[in-house]
Design a binder for this molecule. Structure first.
Ligand code: SAM
Length: 233
């Protein structure tokens, strides 16, 4: 029942974990993990009633009510600190994921492994992790149904993956330090597509009336395009 994207997310959950899947929707991830005997038990968190009910229905269907606790609430507020040893947050924007982490800091023990799959704006997630003392353990990028997804795995600890140089670090946060070294086909495709989009925007901007503000924006986009060129070669 799991697609490739979520299978990749699941591959980073340690054996025997107590899992909290936040924004669980149909609770497919917790159900799959229990069916595979990967986790001991799980919590499925949902902020919306519709998806929460879908989660409850799915859990009942596979008769895992004694192992999966479906909870209604925003983000990590459904958890008490230390209750989960692995937390998955998948299928949302990176800005929302970083907000969920920021607002739920008090609900973390700091021991959990975080497995985060932002659909867009992974940079926001990396910045939150770095600012909050999390080490980026792994990064992955997968393509499925013409969409490309990034997966970030983190745990509290010394951060050593980023460059000391602040400009280089900014780019690593943007593209992903490991991903930009590996240059997997999906990574190259993602940033080539983004580059094309920026080139189009740039053309539109160049046709606009000249102003210092516009000029500044143009220079920024030119730098970004140049960097996208570099990382995809
Ligand atoms: N995690 C699943 C996946 O990756 O396929 C479902 C992703 S679905 C697109 C996003 C889910 O996150 C929705 O069911 C939505 O209700 C839920 N959600 C959004 N904001 C949330 C929050 N602050 N706390 C908990 N769940 C949230």
């Amino acid at each position: 029942i799991l697609d490739q994207r979520l299978k990749k997310v699941v591959s980073y959950i340690p054996q025997g974990a107590v899992l909290a899947d936040i924004g669980s929707d149909h609770a497919f991830v917790p159900c799959y993990c229990l069916q595979q005997n990967l986790v001991e038990k799980a919590i499925a968190g949902e902020v919306n009633v519709g998806p929460m009910e879908a989660a409850q229905a799915q859990v009942a269907l596979v008769q895992l009510e004694d192992k999966i606790d479906v909870r209604l609430g925003s983000g990590l507020t459904v958890l008490t600190p230390g209750e989960a040893t692995a937390i998955t947050i998948a299928g949302m924007g990176g800005t929302l994921i970083s907000t969920i982490l920021e607002e739920g800091k008090a609900n973390l023990s700091g021991e959990e492994r975080l497995i985060l799959q932002p659909n867009v704006d992974a940079v926001d997630v990396r910045k939150w992790l770095l600012a909050n003392g999390y080490a980026l353990l792994s990064e992955a990028i997968v393509k499925e149904n013409e969409k490309i997804y990034e997966i970030l795995v983190a745990q509290k600890g010394e951060e050593s993956v980023y460059a000391d140089d602040s400009e280089q670090r900014e780019w690593e946060l943007y593209f992903g330090p490991q991903l930009m070294r590996e240059k997997a086909p999906a990574f190259v495709e993602k940033w080539q597509t983004e580059q094309q989009k920026r080139k189009y925007i740039l053309e539109q901007m160049r046709q606009g009336t000249e102003s210092d503000q516009l000029q500044e924006k143009i220079v920024k986009i030119e730098q970004l395009i140049q960097k996208m060129e570099e990382v995809t070669h």
